[in-house]
Ligand binder design. Structure first.
Ligand code: SAM
Length: 237
């Protein structure tokens, strides 16, 4: 696909409000109407979410911890975080995604008879560049794939500026470039192929973090047949 100058973000928004929403809602859901590739991506993504939950809870209980989930999709992470007692702000550039995440959270998070229970995440339609405030933890999963490296540095710097204690990012690592290249067609089928997938070298992400005074403390990697995600947890250096 052609590189889409400054219009990338509009293309991404449009995609995730329409065909991309339908496609990813299915992948991130539990229904049986997925093909083999989609099922594989579902599995890989759920492993990433599990790894993130493990990284987060390793450092202590999440009760009362403030978390910003930037690019929350259908709430795959925001909901388990809320179940652990975190105070979650979940945002996404796509209004369709945010509406779905909210619906899922309302179905899955219910207060007990005493009115106690998880705090419902706050959901907002917002691109991550417009996020402000301070959070103990900022998480941004599988969003960097929509950012060329030239824009990734600024995006990482902005997310780090919102985080007080840690920043967790996942991205498709460039080491799997050739593998992914073969499969990108499967990831973005049809007209929405215009939505490019950008892979990132781990060293580039690390450099972007270092530039703003952060260092990587933990790393994880999820690979299935069609899904590759490097996971990093960064803390102030
Ligand atoms: N983080 C979620 C997860 O792991 O389940 C969703 C990942 S999905 C592949 C990518 C999400 O990033 C989409 O919901 C999309 O709308 C969102 N997104 C892309 N660019 C964004 C931006 N600039 N600001 C906020 N969200 C963005």
């Amino acid at each position: 696909a052609e590189e889409v100058g400054g219009g990338d973000k509009e293309v991404v928004r449009e995609y995730f409000n329409n065909s991309g929403f339908q496609r990813w809602k299915k992948i991130y859901g539990e229904t049986d109407d997925v093909n083999k590739v989609q099922r594989d991506i579902r599995l890989g993504h759920s492993k990433t979410v599990e790894n993130v939950m493990a990284m987060l809870t390793d450092e202590g209980p999440l009760k009362g911890v403030t978390v910003c989930d930037a690019g929350c999709g259908t709430g795959s992470l925001a909901i388990p975080l809320a179940k652990e007692g975190a105070i979650v702000l979940a945002t996404d550039i796509s209004a369709a995604m945010v509406a779905e995440a909210k619906k899922q959270a309302e179905e899955q998070l219910s207060a007990d008879s005493e009115g106690a229970g998880p705090v419902m995440p706050k959901f907002e339609v917002k691109d991550l560049e417009s996020l402000n405030g301070k959070y103990d933890t900022v998480v941004c999963l599988d969003v960097l794939i929509h950012y060329p490296q030239s824009k990734a540095d600024g995006m990482i710097a902005h997310l780090a500026s919102l985080a007080e204690k840690r920043l967790i990012l996942s991205f498709a690592p460039k080491t799997f470039y050739y593998d992914l290249l073969k499969r990108v067609g499967e990831l973005f089928p049809g007209p929405s192929k215009a939505t490019r997938a950008y892979l990132h070298a781990e060293a580039d992400v690390e450099r972007a973090l270092q530039k703003v005074g952060w260092k990587i403390r933990k790393r994880g990697l999820t690979t299935t047949q069609f899904y590759f995600a490097r996971l990093v947890e960064a803390v102030p250096a």
